[in-house]
Write a protein that binds this ligand. Structure first.
Ligand SMILES: Nc1ncnc2c1ncn2[C@@H]1O[C@H](COP(=O)(O)OP(=O)(O)OP(=O)(O)O)[C@@H](O)[C@H]1O
Ligand SMILES: [Mg+2]
Length: 463
């Protein structure tokens, strides 16, 4: 069981909540600053207008009655008005004047109105002053207690706090839900891979949608299928290899025993037994060589050594070694020249031993999988390419198997391969060698009619 703080859902939830939290508070802080500035601006503008109005009235009529009216107008409201003479001595006020209010009084004379203080968070008042410019000179001071603003801001803060807690809870809930939805398939994949490590390769993982998780599930599922396939082919291969080894080894053992014990009747019989031993040894050697090549190919250590080779001569040489086998099955087995320049060599820059093996494997297959009819090899060339074609009128390869015949250990129909023998390595080795030479090998086959293998080399490799 994974600890909660190790879970991806937990980490995602923490990450997103933190991001959300920071963004929300940045936004809140900005809104709060904007709002309070606007509010303070609005108040100081209002104070200036009112102060100006009082100053204008006093400019017209600076007497006790007007002063009394000015003070009365600001009596039962939040604002406070203080009128001073030119020397900053208080003449009238609407509410008692505190020493803090007096501290705002001007030290020098001015001739336009101004906001003396708009620092609402540290001072007790927002204050403005409007000069009385005509008649009896003096100043109209207007005060607005910031305690009122504090109250509004406190309400705003509480509102924001409640909203933020609500939004964060909602965010945690939503993020928790979505990350859980995301981690459930991950946990399923973890369980599936655990089961795969115990040998249950085929896992039926659900694939929903096309996102990265779905792709991962898809990859795990196909990995399982591949592993299952390799497990099966490996078992079949091991069974095939042991079968392939057992048959010739039994022959070699049996016939050499007879020879050792001197149980042979005549020279002819002795020769026959030695020939069988010799052939069976070759079979074992071929199989071991194929296996050795396969290992080297899979490790990327298979190397070719190119030299100038007459492919036509090479092909014919391989055909000569195989023609007794074709004769045994009464097959027509020949090289067919496509043009009149029959004897002209066709030079390519190849590894003769490896390419000989390619021709051998293809011709051996053609003989092995043809019961009656013809096997024809030919070489065709144009300005840019040289094509080696091996055609037979054998049993053919079913369409659905065509794409797979190049895979190691793949054999069409196990029973058929068992009859004919073989490990399914031949064409794998062929394809690797052809590709190492920069060539392309293709197959064309109709079941029951025959098969044609074509190797195409580009002429660049020709000297
Ligand atoms: N000329 C052909 N005609 C019909 N089937 C063929 C022919 N060549 C190859 N195949 C099919 O392709 C399969 C793979 O061929 P491949 O040469 O790799 O293996 P193999 O002949 O069975 O064994 P190996 O060559 O390792 O002894 C064969 O089992 C056979 O079914
Ligand atoms: Mg073969």
């Amino acid at each position: 069981m994974i600890k909660i703080y190790h879970r991806i859902s937990f980490k995602i939830a923490i990450l997103f909540t933190t991001i959300f939290f920071v963004l929300f508070f940045l936004l809140g802080y900005m809104l709060y600053g904007l709002f309070s500035n606007l509010f303070v601006d609005y108040i100081s503008q209002d104070l200036l207008t009112r102060g100006d109005n009082h100053a204008k009235v006093l400019e017209e009529n600076f007497n006790q009655s007007t002063l009394h009216h000015v003070a009365l107008m600001e009596k039962n409201v939040e604002t406070n008005v203080v009128v001073t003479n030119e020397k900053q001595q208080i003449i009238v006020f609407s509410d008692p004047v505190t020493s803090e209010m007096e501290s705002y009084f001007l030290k020098e004379s001015i001739d336009t109105h101004l906001t003396i203080n708009n620092n609402w968070s540290n001072q007790s008042f927002i204050a403005t002053v409007s000069p009385i410019k005509k008649g009896e000179l003096g100043y109209v001071y207007m005060f607005y207690p910031t305690s009122l603003l504090d109250e509004t801001v406190t309400v705003l803060k509480i509102f924001m706090l409640i909203a933020s807690i609500g939004i964060i809870l909602l965010a945690i809930g939503l993020i928790g839900y979505f990350s859980k939805r995301m981690t459930i398939p991950l946990l399923e994949m973890k369980d599936a891979t655990n089961r795969m490590s115990k040998g249950e390769y085929q896992q039926s993982l659900k694939i929903n949608g096309k996102d990265e998780l779905a792709q991962l599930a898809y990859s795990i599922r196909s990995l399982g299928e591949q592993l299952h396939y390799f497990e099966n082919t490996r078992n079949e291969f091991l069974a095939g290899v042991s079968h392939e080894l057992r048959t010739p080894l039994t022959y070699i053992n049996g016939y050499s025993d007879v020879l050792l014990k001197g149980l042979i009747k005549n020279k002819e019989e002795e020769k026959k037994y030695l020939k069988i031993i010799n052939e069976e040894t070759k079979r074992v050697t071929n199989l071991v060589n194929d296996l050795f090549d396969l290992t080297k190919m899979q490790n990327g250590k298979f190397e070719i050594h190119r030299e100038k080779v007459d492919v036509k001569a090479l092909l014919k040489k391989v055909m000569d070694t195989l023609s007794p086998v074709a004769d045994q099955k009464d097959l027509i087995f020949r090289y067919h020249s496509l043009n009149k320049k029959e004897d002209n060599p066709v030079y390519l820059f190849l590894d003769p031993e490896k390419m000989g093996q390619v021709f051998y494997n293809l011709l051996e297959n053609a003989i092995k999988y043809t019961e009656q009819g013809t096997i024809i090899a030919s070489i065709d060339q144009d300005g840019q390419h040289v094509k080696v074609v091996i055609m037979d009128t054998g049993i053919g390869i079913p369409k659905e198997d065509l794409a797979h015949i190049w895979e190691g250990f793949y054999r069409v129909e196990k029973s058929r391969a068992r009859q004919t023998g073989g490990s399914g390595l031949g064409l794998y080795v062929v394809k690797q060698i052809v590709q190492l030479h920069g060539g392309v090998i293709e197959v064309d086959s109709i079941e029951g009619k025959g098969t044609t293998f074509t190797i195409t080399f580009r002429k660049e490799v020709i000297v």
